[in-house]
Design a binder for this molecule. Structure first.
Ligand SMILES: [Zn+2]
Length: 166
C-alpha cells in the first residue's frame, strides 16, 4: 500500500498503515503507572489485571471492498477466567482452531462516534501462530456493519488520519 495525501494536515504520508490498535486493554491504562507492574501482567498477546480481569489481543478484520486486503484493528477483549484458562492451555496445541468461539467484551476504545467499549464479541481461535479473530456481535454498531459489509479505501484513509492526528 502506498502513501497518501492527508486531508487533515495537508502533508504526504509515505505509508498507509493497514493495521492499528492499542498495546494494552483499556483498563490497563486506567491503572496508576506505579501500580501497573505489581497489579498487571501484560504481553503482546495476553493481559491479566488483579488476577481477576483476563484479556486477549485479537484482530478485527474489515474487508476492503473490491480488494483482497483487509484493514485490521488490533483490539483487546475480556474473557471469562474459564475461557482464558482454556485458551492458554491450548496456546501451543495443533488444531486449536477447532475450538468453539469464546464470548468476549471488547476492551479497546476505537475511534468511532459511538463507544466500542463493551461491545459483544465472539473470539475465534486461529491456527498456531495466528492471533485470534474477533467477530463483533453487537450488530447495531458501525464497527459490526463495517466488518460485515466491508469498507472503502477512502474510509481506511479517514480512519488512519484520525489515528494519526487524533
Ligand atoms: Zn496527516
Amino acid at each position: 500500500m502506498n502513501g497518501f495525501n492527508c486531508r487533515t494536515c495537508g502533508e504526504y504520508h509515505s505509508e498507509m498503515p493497514m493495521c492499528l490498535g492499542a498495546d494494552a486493554p483499556a483498563l490497563w491504562y486506567t491503572l496508576p503507572e506505579a501500580e501497573r507492574a505489581s497489579r498487571a501482567l501484560l504481553s503482546s498477546d495476553q493481559c491479566v489485571i488483579d488476577n481477576e480481569h483476563f484479556f486477549v489481543r485479537g484482530r478485527i478484520l474489515l474487508p476492503i471492498v473490491e480488494s483482497d486486503d483487509s484493514f485490521i484493528w488490533l483490539a483487546w477483549v475480556s474473557l471469562s477466567a474459564k475461557n482464558f484458562k482454556r485458551m492458554s492451555e491450548l496456546w501451543d496445541t495443533d488444531g486449536r482452531e477447532a475450538e468453539h468461539p469464546y464470548f468476549g467484551w471488547l476492551q479497546s476504545a476505537l475511534p468511532y462516534a459511538e463507544s466500542t467499549l463493551s461491545l459483544k464479541t465472539a473470539v475465534h481461535t486461529m491456527p498456531l501462530g495466528e492471533r485470534p479473530e474477533i467477530e463483533i456481535k453487537s450488530e447495531e454498531h458501525q464497527l459490526a456493519t463495517e466488518q460485515i459489509r466491508g469498507i472503502s479505501m477512502a474510509r481506511v484513509q479517514e480512519i488512519v488520519e484520525r489515528a494519526l492526528h487524533g
